[in-house]
Write a protein that binds this ligand. Structure first.
Ligand SMILES: [Zn+2]
Length: 95
């Protein structure tokens, strides 16, 4: 985990989680905690605090397996949906 954190400080590119993926998301396997989404844990490390209750971690880069905390932001589920719809709308206009 620290290695991934370290790598993220030296690149603006997407960092794809090299381990276990579930539904396209990086997943942490741990005996202590139930499996957690890797990008969420990375953002918590980056921010130095926990993601607020009820908040989701959004990918700015739209790459679900990306764990670069610079590509992640804390948001609400409503923002996440709006973001998704806006991007989909953009894609339709470009098509
Ligand atoms: Zn990314």
């Amino acid at each position: 985990m620290e290695e991934a954190m370290d790598a993220s400080l030296h690149t603006d590119d997407c960092l794809e989680w090299p381990h276990f993926l579930k539904n396209g998301y990086g997943q942490l396997k741990s005996s202590v905690h139930s499996s957690r989404k890797a990008h969420r844990v990375l953002l918590e490390l980056y921010l130095g605090r926990s993601i607020a209750e009820g908040k989701v971690v959004m990918h700015i880069c739209d790459n679900k397996s990306c764990i670069n905390p610079r590509h992640l932001k804390e948001g609400t589920q409503a923002e996440n949906v709006r973001d998704y719809l806006e991007k989909r709308h953009d894609n339709m206009e470009r098509a």
